[in-house]
Design a protein. Structure first.
Length: 165
């Protein structure tokens, strides 16, 4: 099985809380084609309403067994699912994936904040090239059910043995 790792950068944005009881937490807002030398947590932009920071680097693992899922992702609005652990002064990256099924699975975790962020052009090209090099179409074959044998239960008897108790 072929594997390839692509290193990206994650940008996160925190909005001002709507009430005094709410906490400020970061949500993924952008993915960079490459991880810059900027230290994680560095403020990129700040206004009265929002703070945008570089969350840090992440690695996208491409696996040849998942190429069908990559095709599904690339056929629509190509996205990267980024999972952050909410809370804290700086965002903590838990995972990043281009597999839509894995992204949906991450979204089912109540302890994570998961967003589908637009895939940058160079990452899109890398995923498309990996797909072209490693995809093998698997034909779908519907299983045929075996007919039930109505005499099977009668032969076993009501208590599972020959002739009962």
């Amino acid at each position: 099985m072929a594997r390839q790792t692509v290193r990206i950068g994650i940008v996160a944005t925190a909005r001002r809380p709507v009430s005094r009881w709410a906490t400020r937490s970061f949500a993924p807002s952008a993915v960079l084609d490459a991880a810059p030398e900027t230290p994680p947590g560095a403020v990129l932009a700040e206004t009265a309403e929002t703070t945008t920071v570089y969350a840090g680097p992440a690695e996208i693992l491409l696996h040849s067994g998942e190429t069908g899922h990559y095709r599904d992702n690339l056929s629509g609005r190509a996205s990267v699912w980024v999972a952050l652990k909410p809370g804290g002064a700086a965002p903590q990256i838990v995972a990043a994936t281009v597999n839509p099924h894995e992204g949906e699975a991450l979204a089912g975790d109540d302890g994570l904040l998961v967003e589908a962020v637009s895939m940058p052009p160079l990452l899109r090209q890398a995923v498309a090239a990996f797909f072209a090099a490693h995809h093998v179409e698997v034909a779908f074959e519907k299983r045929k059910r075996r007919r039930a044998d109505p005499e099977a239960l009668a032969r076993r008897g009501p208590h599972g043995g020959e002739g009962g108790r």
